[in-house]
Design a protein around this ligand. Structure first.
Ligand SMILES: NC(=O)c1ccc[n+]([C@@H]2O[C@H](COP(=O)([O-])OP(=O)(O)OC[C@H]3O[C@@H](n4cnc5c(N)ncnc54)[C@H](O)[C@@H]3O)[C@@H](O)[C@H]2O)c1
Length: 241
């Protein structure tokens, strides 16, 4: 039996590595991103170029998985935008925009996928962040969106445990992706902030996208069959300090 997944934010960074790892594990994947997807020529991947904030995208992604591959076993809610901004400089539009991109799609994709996941006794894995677990300077709204994902993860885990659906999240520290590059480009002193970032990670480096992807695939696999409602930090020891 070939398993099937929907992965959002799959064009680059962590999401792209998740698709690669899932393919290696034998999954077929609907890969969703607002940006062009780099999976042409792989019969096991159906690219869906779409904005996760659009109300019909979650249903379209689930429908594509079920109509193309016949089932859905895994939803990976991974797409998000970063915002590092002091709260006194944060506008209502910043706030609404980040909720719309980072939180509402996790709710909508989960709601759209759960009937098929109940049928397959499948899993949801969300990409949260250490910013959703601890206070981080100048990330109020971004951190709030990740805190919402942490709590939605626990909530859905409890609500669907008896129906055989496991729901977990990863909480990465800094990861070497375009996400970080863009944050650094907007930083007035990128070298100093990189030094602070590294000093916050006891292993002395940021994670690779593949290290986070491996944790996501673990939480989706039978290897983690006893785990639900867990937020798995992949942060080089950041929050253990
Ligand atoms: N990179 C880090 O340091 C870091 C740390 C903690 C958590 N995270 C989380 O990891 C996840 C993946 O981030 P990444 O680091 O791989 O970043 P990334 O920017 O490389 O990838 C994010 C992907 O999401 C897509 N995306 C953004 N908005 C979208 C929209 N409206 N519709 C469809 N697709 C959209 C982007 O096009 C991009 O391909 C995010 O949830 C992020 O919050 C990242």
């Amino acid at each position: 039996m070939e398993l099937t997944a929907v992965v959002t934010g799959a064009a680059r960074g962590i999401g792209r590595e998740v698709v690669t790892r899932l393919r290696a594990a034998g999954y077929r994947v609907v890969a969703v991103d607002i940006a062009p997807l780099p999976f042409d020529g792989d019969d096991g991947v159906r690219p869906l170029v779409a904005d996760v904030t659009a109300p019909d995208t979650p249903g379209a992604a689930v429908e594509l998985a079920v109509s193309t591959f016949g089932r859905l076993d895994l939803l990976v809610n991974n797409a998000a935008r970063f915002l590092r901004r002091p709260i006194l400089e944060t506008s209502d539009e910043d706030f609404d925009g980040l909720i719309a991109t980072n939180v509402r799609p996790v709710f909508r994709f989960s709601r759209a996928a759960l009937p098929a996941l109940i049928e397959s006794r499948g899993c949801i894995v969300n990409t949260a962040s250490i910013s959703g677990l601890i206070g981080v300077p100048n990330q109020s709204v971004y951190a709030m969106t990740k805190g919402a994902i942490v709590q939605l993860t626990r909530q859905l885990a409890i609500e669907f445990a008896a129906r055989g659906v496991r729901v977990n999240a990863v909480a990465p520290g800094a990861v070497d992706t375009g996400f970080m590059d863009e944050a650094r480009a907007a930083d007035p002193d990128p070298r100093a902030s990189l030094a602070v970032t590294l000093s916050n990670h006891p292993i002395g480096r940021v994670s690779t996208p593949d290290e986070v992807a491996r944790a996501i695939v673990f939480l989706a696999s039978p290897e983690s069959s006893g785990i639900t409602g867990t937020i798995l930090s992949v942060d080089g020891g950041y929050i253990a300090r």
